[in-house]
Ligand binder design. Structure first.
Ligand code: F6P
Ligand code: MN
Length: 275
């Protein structure tokens, strides 16, 4: 079994475990977010099953301080339940996986496969591997192809920007004002749900650097890099404000980074405004 098969096989277990795990655990994760029982549950399942694969040499996740070491050529970084605050309101959430061929923290250029599971009305998986993005339907833990060679539509229609508007730096706020004139707002508060809309309809998702948090909220190893890898492989672009997220030098496992992904024309405009 490989990593993507294992994640797909685990998706129904994660989904089935959600109804009774909507309460907060006592802990915070290493980035200071409050952990739900569901975050811990998904993390434990993925850690155990992915480390059991011969090819997986280490497992790291948003939910644990340190890398769990084993032997094998690939190193997996997970956000076990992205957007888990949506569990209370019963909105979309996801699972994100980045498979790196270097020990973590690693640059996005060392990603060999990136994928996310989207727990929406149906369960889907979107995976970037060997220069192509594939969308799958996940049923009973098995995948069937829905879209081969998924690419961003050329004519973008949606945008979603995180953070409170008064906390946006002036240059990003100016960019947002122009985008609001052109695209429709679609923001659901789970990055994976929001990025999946951008991949489906074209557009731009951002969780920018904020006045109160210049590196934003999202984490480079677990969120920024895998999503950038998927969007870039689908013909789009990513940026931390000045460069592709895949070119950001990692300094620590849980580092945050401003995330902007979407159609290349929209990311080019963003970089012109921010630099
Ligand atoms: O993992 C962090 C996360 O839940 C993302 O999925 C999402 O984009 C973001 O936080 C939402 O943050 P906010 O509540 O500030 O909009
Ligand atoms: Mn997340």
């Amino acid at each position: 079994m490989n990593v993507l098969e294992t994640v797909a096989a685990t998706a129904p277990d994660i989904r089935d475990g959600l109804p009774e795990r909507r309460t907060y655990a006592d802990e915070q994760n290493p980035s200071g977010d409050r952990q739900l029982a569901a975050d811990e549950y998904a993390d434990e399942l993925l850690c155990e099953r992915l480390l059991a694969l011969d090819t997986v040499g280490s497992y790291a996740s948003e939910e644990r301080e340190a890398v769990v070491e084993d032997d094998g050529p690939y190193h997996v970084a997970c956000d076990p339940l992205d957007g888990s605050s949506n569990l209370k309101s019963n909105n979309a959430m996801g699972t994100i996986v980045g498979v790196y061929d270097e020990p973590l923290p690693a640059p996005g250029t060392s990603l060999v496969t990136s994928a996310y599971v989207l727990f929406g009305p149906i369960t889907t998986m979107v995976a970037a591997h060997e220069e192509t993005v594939t969308e799958y339907l996940v049923q009973d833990g098995d995948r069937t192809v829905l879209t081969e060679d998924l690419t961003l539509p050329d004519d973008p229609t949606v945008y979603g920007f995180g953070g409170r508007v008064p906390d946006w730096p002036d240059d990003f706020a100016g960019y947002a004002e122009t985008i609001e004139q052109e695209l429709k707002l679609r923001y659901g508060g789970a990055m994976i749900g929001d990025v999946n809309q951008v991949l489906t309809y074209g557009g731009v998702f951002a969780y920018p650097g904020l006045e109160s948090a210049p590196d934003g909220k999202l984490r480079l190893q677990f969120e920024g890099n895998p999503v950038a890898h998927i969007v870039e492989t689908a013909g789009g672009a990513s940026s931390d404000g000045t460069r592709s997220l895949l070119e950001v030098e990692p300094t620590e496992l849980h580092q945050r980074v401003p995330v902007h992904v979407g159609n290349a024309s929209l990311i080019d405009r963003l970089e012109a405004v921010l630099s």
